[in-house]
Design a protein around this ligand. Structure first.
Ligand SMILES: Nc1ncnc2c1ncn2[C@@H]1O[C@H](COP(=O)(O)OP(=O)(O)OP(=O)(O)O)[C@@H](O)[C@H]1O
Ligand SMILES: [Mg+2]
Length: 324
């Protein structure tokens, strides 16, 4: 079957042409065929994806992975951005911090996909924990055949957006005068097609949650207008809206140590976090609507303190306190 779509953007007259995006490996049918041909995966898959770069996919993936580990779930986190490796780096720093301080921190099993392919995704999940409760997939911020497969694999798809109409247009354009959604954006179209194809084959529903990130209280009037547009798009594109994280320097600072605000109470003699930061992460988990069944018997990894000078440990703590 030839895929066609309507385009009236240029002349206002609807024209029909071949959708250039529906080719070979990227066609929704081929993407879903690829997944259907493989054994089904046990863990709940949470994919963080948006074709827009720099919106906070890795930051949110990192926080959600750690929050789920704190909640007692068994979590696997896979970084699909083999160049930036943000998620992998954050979790590596986390192990370094635990070791430097001689403390135990709930930490996901993690890895990076050096050679992205569907087979590699399945192999990595099976190697790191086929029996995990959750697999977190942090996609790179650009369309590709592998990008489409990790979107298609999602039970829950999380798309962070900044409060910018420019970002929203990748989901869809809302007419600024009438407030009516007019065009589906490139990422919105990809998600719609994959959801439809997956659902029609009775392979489950992709629950799509669009989460605002880096929200600044000072931009209230602008945010209200972005919220209105997002609500319109939520109806036309069938996604839920998550409140997301506000703009906080501490989210960036703590990354150097692989920590989140949820970890600070586990560190002896640490400054206590502002209550609202852990609350935001808890609200984010709530908005994702995940079913978390804590594994009571799950032991925290014991990490013997690294052999470091007392002075080094004191300096480490001082730098950490300065970051909170
Ligand atoms: N809530 C937040 N508060 C403050 N800074 C944030 C927040 N979320 C993300 N950032 C910062 O924004 C930048 C981009 O974030 P991040 O790397 O998570 O985005 P990304 O979508 O994964 O980017 P890419 O598309 O390049 O993979 C980083 O400098 C990060 O520290
Ligand atoms: Mg990233």
């Amino acid at each position: 079957m030839t895929a066609v779509w309507k385009d009236s953007r240029v002349s206002g007259i609807a024209t029909t042409r071949i959708n250039p995006r529906w080719i070979d490996e990227e066609s929704p049918r081929v993407v879903i065929d690829d997944i259907a041909a493989r054994p089904s995966l046990h863990p709940h898959i949470i994919t963080f994806a948006n074709e827009k770069g720099g919106v906070g996919k890795s930051t949110l993936a990192f926080h959600v992975a750690i929050a789920l580990a704190h909640a007692g779930a068994r979590v696997v986190a896979i970084d699909l951005d083999r160049r930036q490796r943000t998620l992998e780096r954050g979790l590596t720093y986390r192990n370094g911090t635990a070791s430097n301080l001689g403390i135990a921190l709930p930490t996901p099993q993690f890895g990076v996909l050096d050679h992205p392919s569907t087979a590699a995704i399945y192999q990595t999940i099976n190697r790191l924990g086929a029996d995990a409760d959750f697999v977190i997939l942090d996609a790179a911020g650009a369309d590709s055949p592998v990008f489409r497969r990790v979107v298609a694999l999602a039970d829950t798809l999380v798309t962070p957006v900044n409060a910018s109409f420019l970002d929203l247009e990748l989901l869809g354009r809302v007419n600024p005068i009438s407030g009516v959604p007019e065009h589906t954006g490139c990422f919105g179209q990809t998600v719609s097609e994959l959801r439809e194809e997956k659902f029609s084959r009775e392979m489950g529903r992709i629950e799509w949650v669009v989460v605002k990130n880096r929200v600044r209280a000072s931009e209230k009037r602008h945010i209200n207008r972005v919220d209105d547009a997002l609500e319109r798009l939520a109806i036309s594109h069938d996604f839920r809206i998550g409140q997301g994280l506000s703009e906080r320097v501490a989210f960036r600072e703590l990354f150097q140590f692989g920590l989140t605000h949820l970890d600070l109470p586990l560190i002896p003699d640490m400054i206590r976090p502002q209550a609202s930061s852990p609350d935001e992460v808890a609200a984010l988990i709530e908005d994702l609507g995940l079913k978390i069944e804590p594994r009571a018997s799950l032991p925290l990894p014991t990490r013997p303190a690294a052999r470091v000078l007392k002075r080094t440990r004191t300096d480490f703590r001082a730098a950490l306190n300065a970051a909170v």
